[in-house]
Write a protein that binds this ligand. Structure first.
Ligand code: XUL
Length: 528
């Protein structure tokens, strides 16, 4: 009956999903994706990033994101769907990136010419032509300054959910202010990627939701409002330059005349956008405590909903606002797929050979432990790469296969305990979730049922579900998050934990912790 559009503007691509909701039935009736590099080659991005002058600097182009939205809206308009039924649009965006508007932006946004693409029209609204994105790691000095000004890393984490991180928006804004004070002074509005795209759809400033605002080091988690001391420590008059923070289900406006005329779209409600991680929380159905998603991608990530904002005492994890109004914990591990591939290649295995080796080795690996830090690791922080072996012979292929998977799963389990949540249900996503043997180790380590999650883009699905939720709230309907994610978050073919194997891993936790402490204390070991 009613259509809801979710958009996901990620680092490399833009995806759209349209849900058709009729009573209890929800069906995805449209899905499309475009790669920025391929669809808009004139911007010269590689994997969505503009050519780099320094390896630590990563910037992209707001006009590119705007034009990508235009390409996608044209596809949706040509889809044959009855778009008069489109009620609401919400979005998900890569977190932390920032867009700098000058004083012309407000009138330009309201008066875009529907005869032309938005990108070039927006360029005169920018006080900074490029947008720093989450891959930028060039703000260590600013992180140190903000940490010192705000009472240290623990205080910063307790107030904002994270210690200072280079990619977070506050340090990025401070660097811009320090390096280009004139352009900073000419900046009237600083948006996140999420609120920039929502503003573009609505034709005026959209608020930032707590999910994405918590990726700035500037939001007070307890009040879900900007933290005055952090704003002051970052740059002059920052409070006046940032949009307000408002709940994730806030209606920012209706689709502006620009989009209505350009693509003959209806005046659908434009809902606040959020970050991709908060949107994935909804898209994987994590609307209660006790369910976690583990994404096995280039990096491995675990996240789950928390009712209370508990902080990781080791300061490696993040607390973000959740689109439900709760909180979410997230911990990231750099050595994900590449570490698994490294072991596979070291012993000349195929993925099926990798699975066979896993099946042929005993749970617990006879006490042998591999800490697979082939690349510098985020959790725990390891700056000098090098895998560490305990009791594992260099030529023991099957032992390494089990070692890498157990090392990863034990690390994920140990370093997510700070969330204070016992997980009884895990949704596994990402490429390696296709491997049932890996999921068996996951189930046994956590003692939880593991569901392979069938949806490709959980952030985009989450955005579409958020559109539905916000529309219902605005219409005064009493709808629960459980209802919103029911059926959509249906999973297939769960992997059951084995109690005896779980007991082995419970014992191994302390062995793993001891190996890790030893490896960290002893400094860099021999690299493989
Ligand atoms: C989260 C983070 C990434 C980006 C990717 O802190 O930096 O997950 O959101 O889009």
């Amino acid at each position: 009956m009613s259509l809801y559009l979710g958009l996901d503007s990620s680092t490399q691509s833009l995806t759209a999903i349209v849900l058709d909701v009729d009573g209890n039935r929800t069906e995805a009736v449209f899905e499309s994706s475009l790669q920025f590099d391929d669809a808009l080659p004139q911007y010269g991005t590689r994997h969505g990033v503009l050519p780099r002058s320094e390896p630590s600097v990563a910037v992209s182009s707001p006009p590119l994101w705007a034009d990508a939205l235009d390409v996608m809206m044209a596809r949706i308009a040509a889809s044959g769907l009855d778009l008069q039924r489109l009620e609401a649009i919400a979005g998900s965006a890569q977190q932390h990136g920032s867009v700098y508007f000058n004083a012309n932006a407000a009138s330009l946004l309201a008066q875009l010419d529907p005869a032309h693409r938005p990108g070039a029209q927006l360029a005169p609204a920018l006080s900074r032509l490029v947008a720093p994105i989450w891959m930028d790691s060039s703000t260590s000095a600013e992180c140190a300054e903000l940490t010192a000004a705000l009472g240290g890393s623990t205080t910063l984490a307790e107030r904002t959910g994270s210690r200072a991180f280079e990619r977070f928006t506050g340090p990025q804004i401070r660097k811009f202010f320090k390096t280009d004070p004139a352009a900073y002074a000419a900046t009237a509005r600083i948006h996140l990627v999420s609120s920039f795209l929502a503003s573009l759809l609505a034709g005026h400033d959209a608020p930032i939701d707590p999910g994405d605002a918590s990726g700035t080091n500037l939001m007070d988690l307890a009040t879900a409002q900007w933290w005055p001391a952090a704003l002051e420590a970052t740059s002059p008059s920052l409070g006046r330059k940032l949009p307000r923070i408002a709940p994730s289900w806030t209606i920012a406006g209706t689709l502006s005349r620009y989009w209505q005329r350009r693509h003959r779209l209806p005046p659908a409600r434009v809902v606040s956008w959020s970050g991709d991680n908060p949107c994935s929380l909804i898209g994987t159905g994590l609307v209660r405590e006790g369910v976690a998603a583990i994404s096995l991608g280039t990096s491995d990530t675990i996240f789950g909903l928390m009712r209370a904002p508990r902080i990781d005492p080791t300061l490696t994890g993040h607390v973000f606002g959740a689109p439900t109004g709760d909180y979410m914990g997230l911990t990231c591990f750099a050595n994900g797929s590449l570490a698994r591939e490294r072991v596979r290649d070291m012993f000349g295995l195929t993925w099926s050979g990798f699975s066979q080796a896993l099946a042929a080795t005993p749970p617990g690996n006879n006490g042998r432990v591999l800490l697979p830090w082939f690349d510098p690791e985020i959790t725990p922080p390891v700056l000098v790469a090098g895998a560490r072996r305990y009791g594992l012979a260099e030529d023991d292929g099957p032992g390494h296969v089990r070692g890498v998977v157990e090392g990863q799963m034990l690390s994920i389990a140990r370093h997510s305990k700070w969330m204070g949540v016992e997980f009884d249900d895990i949704r596994a996503t990402g490429g390696a979730a296709a491997n049932r043997e890996i999921l068996q180790v996951m189930a046994d380590v956590f003692g939880a049922e593991v569901h392979r999650f069938a949806v490709g883009n959980s952030a985009c699905l989450g955005a579409a579900l958020r559109a539905r939720h916000a529309h219902a709230v605005a219409a005064g309907d009493d709808v629960s998050w459980d209802d919103i994610v029911r059926n959509v978050a249906a999973t297939v073919d769960p992997v059951q934990p084995d109690p005896s194997r779980h007991a082995i891993y419970q014992e191994l936790m302390s062995v793993h912790a001891a190996c890790e402490a030893h490896a960290l204390g002893r400094g860099p070991a021999r690299a493989m």
